[in-house]
Design a protein around this ligand. Structure first.
Ligand code: GDP
Length: 204
């Protein structure tokens, strides 16, 4: 799969502008400044595609041959008006509630910080949803070994079942040293391969 062939497809500001749902979608969600564009750029092996092309506040679509990466608008801007927050919620909720071929959701949090209310809300939503998902803990290069172990243990404690098992899969990631990039690429690749296999089966 050629990640670097990805191109910016479309920025949707309204639900009726979404491109046709013709390939599986891998969705990226997180608060603004968490490192979402850096993560997408790193996966696509492109320096600045996501940062340069994306329209803030919109859903940005990046197209690969076999799938799409979908960049949800970053939330948590302090200065955004109430009306803009409502528009954001309507757009994101509408997208997630649609019958699109959403195959995986990546929720991004900063390894150094406590998840915000919005982060927790999103993770809870994902746990109750039909979507396979993982939480990427980004900027892992910013912590030393001890701090990192402490933070990962803390995240693991947040969502547990009655047997004490963590309910969330966390993927440490760094767009600086490349930690976690291969894991993310494998997730996307397996989704793309399943789609290609399905198309072939339909043709036979
Ligand atoms: P976005 O608003 O979520 O798209 O965030 P950006 O990708 O623009 O990143 C916000 C800031 O965090 C920028 O200054 C990035 O250089 C920095 N950043 C993003 N990811 C990492 C990372 O993995 N490690 C470090 N050290 N800095 C990062």
């Amino acid at each position: 799969m050629k990640f670097e062939d990805a191109f910016f497809e479309f920025a949707a500001g309204k639900l009726n502008q979404l491109p046709p749902s013709d390939v599986p979608e891998v969705v990226f969600s997180g608060k603004s400044n968490v490192g979402k564009s850096s993560l997408i750029n790193k996966i696509l092996n492109r320096k600045s595609l996501a940062r340069v092309s994306a329209t803030p506040g919109n859903i940005n679509f990046y197209s690969l041959k076999e799938c799409r990466l979908v960049d949800l608008p970053g939330y948590g801007y302090a200065k955004v008006s109430h009306a803009e927050k409502l528009r954001w919620a309507e757009l994101v909720e509408g997208y997630l509630a649609s019958d699109r071929n959403i195959q995986f959701v990546v929720q991004i949090i900063d390894i150094r910080h406590k998840p915000t209310e919005n982060d927790l809300h999103m993770i809870e939503f994902l746990m109750e949803s039909r979507f396979p998902f993982a939480v990427v803990v980004t900027k892992s290069d910013k912590l030393n070994k001890t701090q990192r172990a402490k933070q990962l243990a803390y995240f693991d404690e947040l969502f547990r079942d009655e047997n004490g098992e963590s309910l969330v899969h966390y993927i440490p990631f760094s767009s600086v040293n490349g930690e976690g990039v291969d894991v993310m690429k494998q997730i996307i690749q397996s989704i793309a391969q399943a789609h290609t296999a399905q198309l072939q089966a339909q043709q036979e």
